[in-house]
Design a protein around this ligand. Structure first.
Ligand SMILES: Cc1ncc(COP(=O)(O)O)c(C=O)c1O
Length: 353
C-alpha cells in the first residue's frame, strides 16, 4: 500500500483518513535557461504533475479531504469557488471517481478562456453547479445547501474554499516533507527561498509546516492573488497552528513547529494588481518568459503572478541565489473540454466580460 512521509515518520498520523491520488514525489528541476537570463539559480517543483488526468495543488489536499469525507460515510461533497475554480474541478473529478455526488457553489469572476474551460469541464464531470451572486454569498450558500441535502437524507461533507481547512493543509505538509527529503538526498541544495501563489493559504501554510518539520529554514514567499481581507498573516497563522495541533494530537512526537513555520512565511503583495483574476502586465511578461525559456504554461490568476514575483526576487534581493518556484497549476488541460457543449445562460453570467 502507498504510504505517506507523514505516516512513515509519525505513525500516529496513520489514523488520518487518506486516499492515494498524487503521483509523488513530484520532480524538482533546474530552470537553467531562465536562471541564466535573470542571474539566479532557478528551480521548479512540478506539482503540476501530481496527477496525469488533472494535476496541480488541489490533488494533495484532496487526498486528506476526500479521505475524511469517505471516512465519515458522506455521499455528497459541497465546495465553493470562483466560476473557473481549479479546486471545484479537481474536487469534482476525484470526488466523482470515488462515488461521491459533487456540488459546487460558484461566484462570478472576470471572463478568461482559461476560466471558461474549467467551468465547462466541471459540468462534464456531472457535478451540480449552483451559481451565487458574489463571493460573500458562497460559503453561506454552501451551508444552506448542506442543510437542504440533509433534509433529503443525503450525507454531505462541506469542503471550504480552496480546500484550505486544517485537513486540506496536511497535503502540503506532506509536500514540505517531500522537499526536505529531496534536499537531504541531494536532488537540490536547500533553496534560499521558496515562492508559491497564495489564495486561500493552505498551500503555503502546509508547505511551511512541512519544511519546518524537516528542519529547513528557507522562507516561503506566498504571492497574494486575492484580497487582503481573506489572505493575511492571522489566517495563515491559524491554519499553521491548527494543522500542527492536529498532527501533535495524533502523534505527540510531531515537533511543535507552529512558531517556526509562521516565521518562514512571508506574504508578497506586489503582484495583486487590480483584483482576483485580473491579469497584470508583469504576469503577462512572466508568462511569456516562462513559455519561451522554460516551456511552462501559466494561468493569469495564480501562477503568472507568482512567477512574476519569482523573477522580481531573482533579479533583486535574491540575485545570484537559489530560488524554488512551486508550480501549482495542472499540466493537463481540463479533461474533455474540447468536446464540451456551450454554457447555459445562467452559467455564462458567472464569467463577467
Ligand atoms: C493554480 C493554483 N495555484 C495556487 C492556488 C492557491 O492555493 P491556496 O488556495 O492553497 O493558497 C490555487 C487555488 O485555487 C490554484 O488553483
Amino acid at each position: 500500500m502507498k504510504t505517506t512521509l507523514l505516516s512513515n515518520r509519525w505513525p500516529g498520523a496513520r489514523r488520518l483518513p487518506w486516499i492515494g491520488l498524487a503521483e509523488a514525489p513530484t520532480p524538482v528541476e533546474r530552470l537553467d535557461a531562465l536562471g541564466a537570463r535573470v542571474g539566479a539559480e532557478l528551480w521548479i517543483k512540478r506539482d503540476d504533475l501530481t496527477h496525469p488526468r488533472y494535476g496541480g495543488n488541489k490533488v494533495r489536499k484532496l487526498e486528506y479531504l476526500l479521505g475524511e469525507a469517505l471516512a465519515q460515510e458522506a455521499n455528497a461533497v459541497i465546495t465553493t469557488g470562483a466560476a473557473g475554480s481549479h479546486h471545484a474541478l479537481a474536487t469534482a473529478l476525484f470526488g466523482r471517481t470515488h462515488g461521491l455526488e459533487v456540488h459546487a457553489v460558484l461566484f462570478p469572476q472576470r471572463y478568461s478562456s482559461h476560466a471558461e474551460a474549467h467551468l465547462k469541464a466541471l459540468r462534464l464531470t456531472g457535478a451540480e453547479v449552483h451559481p451565487t451572486r458574489s463571493a460573500a454569498l458562497a460559503v453561506p450558500g454552501a451551508s444552506a445547501l448542506s442543510a437542504r441535502l440533509r433534509l433529503s437524507r443525503r450525507r454531505p461533507f462541506v469542503i471550504p474554499p480552496g480546500g484550505s481547512s486544517p485537513t486540506g493543509v496536511l497535503g502540503y505538509v506532506e509536500a514540505g516533507l517531500e522537499l526536505g527529503r529531496q534536499t537531504e538526498s541531494g536532488v537540490l541544495d536547500e533553496p534560499d527561498v521558496v515562492v508559491a501563489p497564495f489564495g486561500t493559504g493552505g498551500t503555503v501554510a502546509g508547505l511551511a509546516v512541512g519544511l519546518a518539520a524537516a528542519g529547513l529554514t528557507c522562507p516561503v514567499v506566498g504571492v497574494r492573488v486575492v484580497p487582503r481581507s481573506v489572505a493575511n498573516r492571522p489566517l495563515v497563522g491559524r491554519l499553521i497552528r491548527r494543522a500542527v495541533g492536529a498532527l501533535r494530537s495524533l502523534d505527540a512526537r510531531f515537533p511543535d513547529v507552529a512558531d517556526d513555520a509562521r516565521r518562514l512565511v512571508q506574504l508578497d503583495h506586489d503582484e495583486y494588481g487590480k483584483g482576483y483574476g485580473e491579469p497584470t502586465s508583469e504576469g503577462r511578461n512572466a508568462s511569456r518568459l516562462a513559455r519561451e525559456h522554460a516551456g511552462l504554461t501559466l494561468d493569469p490568476t495564480y501562477t503568472a503572478k507568482a512567477f512574476a514575483a519569482l523573477l522580481r526576487l531573482a533579479r533583486g534581493p535574491y540575485a545570484g541565489r537559489r530560488l524554488l518556484y512551486l508550480h501549482t497549476l495542472s499540466h493537463a488541460a481540463p479533461p474533455g473540454v474540447e468536446h464540451a457543449p456551450p454554457l447555459p445562460p445562467e452559467l455564462r453570467r458567472l464569467l463577467k466580460r
